[in-house]
Design a protein around this ligand. Structure first.
Ligand code: IPD
Length: 271
């Protein structure tokens, strides 16, 4: 039997509805008080009860409307639906910026993307605290209510560049060394604490560019699509696709100089 792939717009409609409900739960649980439920890769890589509850809510909501789809989530991994038959896989970060969430800093988001046959075709990122929301479909541009336009900056020396750090101390040391060498050559660096939101800020030109090593699929899927659809080039080093080794999201004029500087600094290297 030939299955027909769902339209990106149809998947986006579902994603927006599910992400809004998820963000409402995260907001409510924040107001009720947050504490660390467990740690993951290192002692600073925390998970709260809300991370788990929100992801469970997303899994249940998606299963109700699209029971044949696979889901990859930050907290529960591929889950039971790994062998999905529909060709659709959802990628969810229930709370990107968990440390900000823990500390009550208003920079954390639900990120939900849909892939069809391995390509991200729809995505939504919703700030849990402010309610700001960014959406996009592949080839369809950013959501209708948004007028996203990436930065027009052409000089890396004038660029405000966002980045982030992993949780592993050895990786952080390497990332800090890269920043120490990069910062004399850019306007400034921002470390805001939620990769999905960093990508959306780049999509809006509220930072000029963004890069980071070590992102997982759930950190970059939705925000990466928003950034690409807003006109940024989103890729890794040396023509590789954006991925765990490195994600660079930059306007066309800034991509090459930032890419080359990061390559010289071995930004994708180290632990
Ligand atoms: C983290 C944030 C952070 C980035 C890390 C991510 P989490 O995700 O996006 O900004 O620097 O690489 O792991 O743990 O808050 O979901």
């Amino acid at each position: 039997m030939t299955r027909s792939a769902p339209e990106p717009a149809e998947l986006l409609t579902i994603a927006i509805e599910v992400a809004r409900q998820a963000a409402a739960t995260a907001y409510r649980m924040r107001a009720e008080g947050v504490s660390v439920a467990a740690t993951k890769s290192t002692v600073t890589d925390v998970v709260t009860a809300a991370d788990r509850a929100v992801e469970r809510q997303v899994l249940d909501a998606l299963h109700r409307v699209r029971p044949d789809d696979a889901v990859l989530g930050e907290e529960y991994g591929a889950g039971a639906a790994d062998g999905a038959v529909s060709g659709v896989r959802w990628i969810v970060d229930p709370i990107d910026g968990t440390v900000n969430y823990l500390y009550g800093l208003p920079y954390c988001a639900v990120s939900l993307a849909a892939e069809v046959d391995g390509e991200v075709v729809a995505g939504v990122v919703r700030n849990v605290v402010t309610g700001e929301e960014w959406t996009a479909t592949a080839g369809g541009g950013p959501g209708a209510t948004q007028r996203l336009r990436c930065s027009t900056e052409v000089d890396l020396g004038q660029a405000l560049v966002a980045t982030g750090f992993g949780y592993d101390p050895a990786r952080r040391s390497h990332q800090a060394r890269v920043i120490a060498e990069l910062i004399p050559h850019v306007r400034d660096i921002r470390r805001l604490g939620a990769a999905a939101l960093d990508l959306c800020l780049a999509a809006e030109g509220r930072v000029d560019a963004y890069y980071e090593k070590g992102l997982a699929a759930w950190d970059q899927a939705a925000g990466g699509l928003v950034a690409a659809e807003a006109g940024l080039r989103v890729a890794g080093l040396g023509g590789l696709p954006a991925g765990p080794d490195l994600v660079i999201a930059a306007p066309p004029a800034l991509f090459a100089p930032l890419h080359d500087r990061l390559a010289d600094l071995d930004a994708s290297g180290g632990p």
